[in-house]
Design a binder for this molecule. Structure first.
Ligand code: ADP
Ligand code: MG
Length: 186
């Protein structure tokens, strides 16, 4: 089993609903357990025109090797109507592998950690939300890159509404987090 982080983004159609549905779709895969989900964020397009994006990040445990995980990501994108008319085109769903364990992969069609991970607030902010001490292989702490993306517009639009987790959040505000009360998602 490997732990991985996936970045989800969408800015075509009902993008906000698509992201929620895509997380459910991932959770329904036999080969994936969703361990945590970040808040939902609204972000400005980077290097592209079009509408604002909705973004989130999920932490998963998976039995799939990285390449098969990428294939699954592409299959899920297609199920949500993804088309690639040109580079950085608006999209119904984008699913990227941000991190795969502590692996470094540099192949023609798969680069991990994701090459633009540290340059984009829309992945860096939700990643750091999920793990404030996250280490990016060969680059160091993720939060060290936040300053470099502070000019990119990003706004939190929703936290996870699971009632059990809301109760955990209340507990947390009165007690410091421990292994047993650590929230699955925020
Ligand atoms: P974007 O770079 O905007 O996400 P696409 O989703 O169209 O654009 O991805 C373009 C290509 O990036 C894919 O065909 C895929 O093979 C490649 N790629 C390389 N590394 C990764 C990664 N870590 N996660 C997802 N796709 C990747
Ligand atoms: Mg992609």
């Amino acid at each position: 089993m490997s732990v991985a982080y996936l970045g989800l983004g969408a800015n075509l159609g009902d993008a906000r609903q698509t992201l929620k549905d895509a997380v459910v779709c991932l959770a329904q895969q036999r080969t994936i357990t969703v361990l945590a989900k970040s808040s939902l964020y609204r972000t400005a397009p980077v290097d592209a025109g079009g509408d604002d994006y909705f973004n989130c990040v999920v932490k998963i445990e998976t039995s799939l090797p990285a390449r098969q995980l990428l294939r699954l990501c592409h299959t899920v994108e297609e199920q949500f109507g993804r088309e690639r008319p040109y580079r950085n085109a608006p999209r119904t769903l984008d699913l990227d592998i941000l991190l795969y364990g502590d692996s470094s992969i540099d192949e023609a069609d798969l680069i991990v950690p994701h090459p633009r991970l540290t340059e984009r607030a829309f992945v860096l902010v939700p990643l750091v939300e999920l793990d404030g001490e996250l280490i990016i292989p060969q680059r160091g702490r993720a939060d060290a890159f936040l300053g470099a993306v502070r000019d990119q517009r990003i706004e939190k639009v929703a936290t996870c509404q699971c009632p059990m987790l809301a109760a955990q959040r209340e507990d947390e505000s009165s007690a410091p987090p421990t292994a047993s009360n650590k929230p699955l998602c925020r």
